[in-house]
Design a protein around this ligand. Structure first.
Ligand SMILES: *Cc1c(COP(=O)(O)O)cnc(C)c1O
Length: 362
């Protein structure tokens, strides 16, 4: 098959077509360089320029202040689950707000490394919502508070930062990074694996406030040391050159073709509301997993009346060119990941199919 289908995968996920086309052109020889993007040295001038532009684009898109550093690391968001406590915890204790599977994993990793406690968890309610401010039990002396801005599996998204007072706020933003503007100054550290919304698998972006770099204890293994990675500008060792290059192309696309993150957010909200509308108007045939006020704009999760209908839905959807709609096994049902690069047209196709299926089966 060489035709592209609508890919609703949660990650690795759809990338903008113009980005893939440009990468394809540069795969044999970079213009003016004569070497492929897959072959070029990470110590080359060319790659210096790539790193510089990628960082500058991120700074422009997110309005990142000068006293924050931008790092490009490996090991995925999952390594950040360990690096955050290894670098920031010291002898202190960290608070975790758990709104889904990824937040729970981050917490479980933290307790292997030091002291961590749960400031709130939605587990007993099957992770259907974010906490109200008055439900949060934040330790004012915590080393940091960790939360997951968008729980990719459950489809639960914070509409704004949880109120944590003066405690440094740390966020796993893997699946909504670059989907909307962020008040960076509210955060001490934000991290995101690229393969959901920012690029391909292989690079993890970390935005860290400079004073946090001073917390890293001595004798930290080099690759796990934020301060050392910052000192070496993310090229302490060979970075994932190709993945960073693609993040550069994606950020260029966001700036030049979309027009920035406010516009991107409008488009994303428009896409999500098309699907939530069908769910809400289906008389309970489609049942959204998340409470309406914390529904994800990136990952739309829903169930059908029974597993047989869910199976039929997924099979027929695929026959219509709508792929990767199966929900995560821990939630079941369906999930449509509609990241930045999913065109409105793809969401229209899914919306029309959902309506049609409803009419035939309800
Ligand atoms: C996908 C995902 C992860 C895990 O990312 P890896 O890069 O596979 O380690 C962590 N957190 C969130 C919110 C995710 O969506």
């Amino acid at each position: 098959m060489t035709e592209r289908v609508w890919n609703f995968s949660a990650g690795p996920a759809v990338l903008p077509l113009p980005v893939l086309q440009e990468a394809q052109r540069d795969l044999l020889a970079l213009p003016g360089v004569g070497i492929s993007v897959l072959e070029i040295s990470h110590r080359s001038k060319w790659f210096d320029a790539i790193l510089e532009e990628t960082e500058a684009n991120l700074r422009q898109l997110l309005n990142i202040p000068a006293h924050y550093r931008v790092l490009f690391l490996q090991g995925g968001a999952s390594l950040q689950f360990a690096m955050v406590p290894m670098n920031l915890l010291g002898d202190g204790s960290a608070d975790y707000i758990v709104t889904g599977s990824w937040g729970e994993k981050a917490f479980q990793e933290a307790v292997k490394i030091g002291k961590a406690r749960i400031a709130w968890t939605g587990k007993s309610e099957h992770f259907v919502r974010t906490p109200r401010p008055d439900e949060l039990d934040i330790d004012p002396n915590a080393a940091y508070v960790h939360f997951t801005s968008n729980e990719t599996i459950q489809g639960v998204e914070f509409q704004q930062e949880p109120p944590v007072g003066e405690v440094p706020l740390v966020c796993d933003a893997s699946s909504d990074f670059l989907s909307r503007p962020l008040p960076i100054e509210r955060y001490a550290l934000i991290y995101a694996g690229a393969q959901k919304n920012a690029g391909p698998a292989g690079v993890t972006i970390v935005i860290i406030r400079e004073d946090m770099l001073e917390r890293t204890p001595p004798n930290m293994p080099a690759m796990l040391d934020y301060r050392l990675q910052a000192e070496h500008k993310s090229v302490y060792n060979t970075p994932p050159v190709f993945a960073i290059y693609l993040v550069m192309l994606v950020t260029r696309w966001l700036i030049n073709e979309i027009g920035g993150l406010e516009r991107m957010q409008q488009i994303n909200r428009q896409k999500a509301s098309l699907l939530y509308e069908v769910i809400d108007q289906s008389n309970g045939f489609y049942r959204g997993h998340a409470h309406p006020e914390c529904r994800s704009v990136m990952n739309v999760t829903w169930r059908l009346p029974n597993e047989e209908l869910e199976k039929a839905f997924l099979q027929e959807a695929q026959a219509h060119g709508l792929y990767e709609l199966k929900g995560h096994r821990s939630v079941g049902g369906c999930r449509a990941s509609i990241y930045n690069a999913m065109p409105l047209e793809g969401v229209h196709a899914l919306r029309d199919f959902m309506r049609d299926f409803l009419q035939r089966k309800a």
